[in-house]
Design a protein around this ligand. Sequence first.
Ligand code: G6P
Length: 607
Amino acid sequence: MCGIVAYIGPKDATAFLLEGLQRLEYRGYDSAGVAVAAKGGLKVCKVKGRVADLAAAVPARFKGTTGIGHTRWATHGVPSDANAHPHTDVSERIAVVHNGIIENADQLRALLAADGVVFTSETDTEVLAHLVAAHSGEGVELEDAVRAALGQVVGTYGIAVLDAQQPDRIVVARNGSPIVLGLGEKEMFVASDVAALVRYTRQVVHLEDGELATVRADGFRTFTEDARTVTRQPSTVDWEVASYDTAGYQHYLLKEIHEQPGAVERTLSGRLDERFATAHLGGLNLDARELREIRRVKILGCGSAYYAGEMGAQLIEELARIPAHSEPASEFRYRNPVIEADTLYVAVSQSGETYDTLAAVQEIKRKGGRVLGVVNTVGSAIARECDGGIYLHAGPEISVASTKAFTSTVIAFALLALHFGRIHDLSPADGRRIVAGLKALPDHIREILKQEEQIAELAAEYADNAGMMFIGRTRGYPVAREGAQKLKEISYVHAEAYPASELKHGPLALISPELPTVALVPDDELLDKNLTTLGEIKARSGRILAIAHRTPEAKLIDHCLLVPKSEPELDPLLLNIPLQLLAYYAAVALGRDVDKPRNLAKSVTVE
Ligand code: G6P
């Protein structure tokens, strides 16, 4: 959520800043701004709207070789020109861009106002600009002023600071919100996400929490808040530059849906053991004895990560026969949960940055619990906070709505459940069945994706309704929830998910020709029950789009999309794929901004 970029070197900074912001726009997109240090002071340009609006607003004479930029998702104050970053002090000497939240902003505002500071925005970030300025006396180095300012601040931040009087450097700091340095030839880049850097350099340095860096054209120095120098070795970004492009697809979302077979292959790669019919997960940091002592599994995540966790809980219960439950991390962290030594906690996050999930992990750890992370972004805050875990290796996910990371998360849970199951009482035969089922998934997904045209037609037809009902039974219920989430997120069509068994206990009252139902009808032990539910809907003139393994009788449905049959435990993952395409094409039919849905952001790093 919110993106930061900065540049220092021989070239014009603005071109990189604008291009970098475009790359980070998926993280926040209600306003954007840039500042460059130029002869005679700072130049600042910021606007409400998209990065394209900013690019149009930047004057031709906006030149400088040191600069910072930001794309915002509003937390403190409405999206507006004034609330957009960078924020400056009264004399316009200091400019700051910031991700995160300054928790004591109100107290600091009051103190600064008492000293005569007049605020020009409603943001928490503006206090930082005034504080740095207040510490920037004659002969004070910018890094010392920033350290002094941060010493007064409580909260989370990734920041980049520019001083018109010291244009030979940018000072950056990290506490809970990522900052990455990109090393170039006599030039340096900064971003909150490598997506903005990969076109310019593959050599990067990730700052740790509590660290600062002075970045100059010819290098950088990292140090702690108490001015101790620390050494950081650069690492090489391992994703291809092309992973960050739309690769000819109309949207990142469509590209990411199509990338799923490859993403699944990477999540499985090197982890299946056919001989012992189990999975190898090197990063768990738990041996078989410790795993056998676990009596319960509690899975935590937000949004799609929570729904993927629900599928994960189902897999663990079925394959390992250990009680497992998924809960929104955003709820868990506020309800003083009971933390038990024989419960395994699993935090799920694509970005590894979601603040609610991170806070839940920290709360568990404070109380002595053990947490595994199921995370896509290597080295992210949640991954680092956990005791061990499973990386997804799904590749960068840019579109706000999660698809390939969702699928890879479910795969990671299938591996965990298999591993767990085989040290409990899952038979070798069942283990082999799951191993074979997992190996076949990429081809099964490819088969579903071939129906894209048919799904697009149905989506356009069904999008033309005020709302939609999604129903599924037991294993199918998390699929219904994720399907409804995807549709509402990107098409803004109201969608409600219900367990098929619960329909008659309330929501059946809603059924009418105007509220169609998407029904998950897998060919499993509950098929008859599901067919009965279809009959109940049809008897109330409801329209039905079935997602099934076999087409139900014509009188029970209006349309049907078929998916290949996998093992019953793995079926939910495949049943979900057509729902992704359904949501995508509904959003396209309604002319929505598919990759950047209104009011949302990719990684929510605030409470
Ligand atoms: C936001 C996004 C959701 C996403 C959730 C969790 O709310 O809009 O699409 O599922 O964050 O993100 P994470 O990175 O933790 O998986």
